[in-house]
Design a protein around this ligand. Structure first.
Ligand SMILES: [Cu+2]
Length: 275
């Protein structure tokens, strides 16, 4: 019954936008409110992304390598927080956040753009030479993303599924340190990815807490365990030390917890009656 009710609500959402949620008899069973709140969270992050990317690309264009390097990781966090729903803007995800391996000529490929292209220039080449066009493109792309969010429909199954998919990606590929390979700022991204996935979980948690107490206790515990590992690697400025400092023991611990989180979060859709 609960499942059926939620499915109906989800369908109404997908078909009719936000207003239909007002029909809900029991607001605690309603996905509309958490999804609306999640949309706000995303919008806050894209607004911050525009602000931070403006400062970052200004530094790149001013030729200030050190300043640009110092702004790289913190600028990315607001993007990494909304990565669970990146499939809703996959074209921009490619131009903003793709890796060199996605291109035939890797770093030399003219189509390789975005944060990681600039990261390559700053760390591998130690220069901002030739980066101005990538800076302009990156800023235009994040502005486009920010402008799109308001008009974007957030299908509940994508939001709920996205948290699990992102945890899977962290466990399968990001854990190898492939994302920020030139700057070694991967721990910043991990932290933001966990925060973004946890945000979704926390917004939905009240809907299942009564019926699934063992499940929520387990997921809560695994998020806390991940946090505990990451906290060991905090730097004095509130950021994170280089990914190279992560010990094998901690890498394995992280990997195990993230795998479990991915598996557990993958069952959330079913628990919420989303097919
Ligand atoms: Cu990313």
């Amino acid at each position: 019954m609960v499942g059926h009710y939620l499915k109906t609500t989800a369908l109404a959402l997908a078909l009719g936008g936000w207003a239909t949620g007002a029909m809900a008899a029991d607001p605690s069973l309603d996905l509309v409110e958490p999804l609306a709140e999640y949309k706000l969270y995303v919008a806050e992050n894209t607004a911050k992304l525009v602000e931070d990317t403006t400062a970052f690309t200004d530094a790149v264009k001013a030729g200030d390598v050190e300043k640009a390097k110092s702004l790289f990781a913190p600028t990315r966090t607001s993007y990494e927080k909304i990565e669970p729903i990146a499939e809703l803007f996959s074209d921009l995800d490619v131009s903003i956040d793709a890796r060199a391996d996605d291109y035939e000529q890797a770093e030399q490929d003219p189509d390789f753009t975005g944060f990681h292209r600039i990261e390559y220039g700053l760390w591998e080449q130690g220069s901002t030479e030739g980066l101005a066009e990538y800076a302009d493109k990156l800023l235009a792309d994040v502005k486009e993303l920010d402008a799109r969010i308001n008009g974007l429909t957030f299908p509940p199954e994508v939001v709920v599924g996205g948290a699990a998919v992102l945890m899977e990606e962290v466990a399968a590929t990001k854990i190898s340190g492939e994302e920020d390979r030139y700057s070694r700022t991967d721990l910043w991204d991990f932290d933001a990815n966990f925060e973004g996935a946890e945000k979704i979980y926390e917004l939905l948690r009240p809907l299942i807490a009564d019926d699934e107490a063992d499940f929520t206790a387990k997921v809560d515990g695994n998020f806390a365990a991940v946090d505990e590992v990451l906290e060991k690697y905090r730097s004095a400025d509130g950021g994170f030390v280089s990914y190279e400092e992560l010990t094998d023991t901690d890498r394995n611990a992280l990997s195990a917890k993230v795998n479990t989180l991915a598996e557990d979060l993958a069952t959330l859709r079913g628990k919420l009656g989303l097919g």
